[in-house]
Design a protein around this ligand. Structure first.
Ligand code: ADP
Length: 270
């Protein structure tokens, strides 16, 4: 497929994932053609994070969702490789604990939203509560169905409080997942990543795609947009995500705080 593929569906537009090619690579013929851009993105992101931290006015929340082997971990490793760890918190949301489940579904999430000056990365997120929870019937439909509105309101609250939200769905094909699972089985260094449970989830691929389509449609707002990232090629995925983060941070028009007056008069004593 060579025609231009949008990264962000328009708010209100009904998303059908079959319309999005997971192998799309834009105008880049191959990985080598993207190498320089990836490197300069790493440097630029480092600079932008430093101003974000120094200014202390905005926070950035990056939400990563994907099927198993979709590349969430690899994205974090590559895209964030240049930034100062002090200003970034990664939170991986696993199966909720009994304490989590004794609260509303957003309780455990809210505690990990980034403070001003920081970047927060969610490896999985509150979207699991309308994905795995829905597909595996962990709660009745009347419980998960109202969550889309709760999510939109929650994200609105964050946006109104100075948190810029970017949501990325790493879109891989079912065949690409098979190849990545096979690599986990065949390469000893990757064996640890393989879990039989992932095969059970794979059996329900179509149900997960339907659940994703609803989340991508119903929770796609101007203040918290979804990005459908073609993720079969890891380098293209990293490029798209780093470009998006950089454009977003640049649009915040951040400034270093004004220095104290008369710094040039200061003499440092021996
Ligand atoms: P990952 O696959 O993200 O690298 P794990 O293999 O530990 O990490 O998987 C985390 C598991 O937690 C996934 O199966 C995911 O579906 C599950 N999970 C996350 N959030 C929820 C939730 N709210 N309810 C039920 N299961 C969840």
């Amino acid at each position: 497929m060579s025609k231009h593929q949008p990264l962000c569906p328009k708010p209100g537009h009904h998303v059908q994932l079959a319309d999005y090619d997971p192998s799309y690579k834009g105008e880049y013929p191959d990985k080598d053609s993207a190498r320089d851009q990836l490197k300069s993105n790493r440097d630029r992101l480092r600079e932008l994070q430093e101003v974000l931290w120094a200014e202390g006015k905005h926070a950035l929340l990056i939400i990563l969702q994907a099927m198993d082997a979709g590349g969430k971990d690899g994205t974090i490793r590559h895209v964030m490789s240049g930034v100062n760890p002090q200003g970034v918190q990664v939170t991986s949301f696993k199966v909720p604990t009994p304490e989590d489940l004794a609260h509303d579904f957003l309780w455990r999430i809210h505690q990990h939203t980034p403070p001003r000056g920081s970047i927060g990365i969610f490896n999985r997120s509150h979207y699991e509560d309308v994905l795995v929870v829905r597909v595996e019937n962990l709660v009745p439909p009347e419980v998960w169905k109202v969550r889309y509105d709760h999510i939109n309101n929650f994200e609105r609250l964050l946006a109104d409080s100075g948190v810029t939200i970017l949501k990325f769905f790493l879109h891989i094909s079912k065949n690409e997942q098979k190849e990545r699972f096979a690599a986990r089985l065949n390469e000893p260094d990757k064996n640890w990543k393989f879990s039989r449970g992932d095969l059970k989830v794979r059996e329900k691929w179509d149900q997960y795609m339907a659940a994703y389509e609803d989340a991508l449609t119903r929770c796609n707002t101007g203040y918290a947009p979804w990005h459908i990232v073609p993720a079969n090629r890891k380098w293209y995925r990293n490029l798209v995500i780093s470009n998006t983060i950089i454009e977003t941070l640049e649009s915040l028009d951040m400034q270093y705080p004004a220095p104290e007056p008369d710094l040039d008069q200061i003499v440092i004593p021996d």
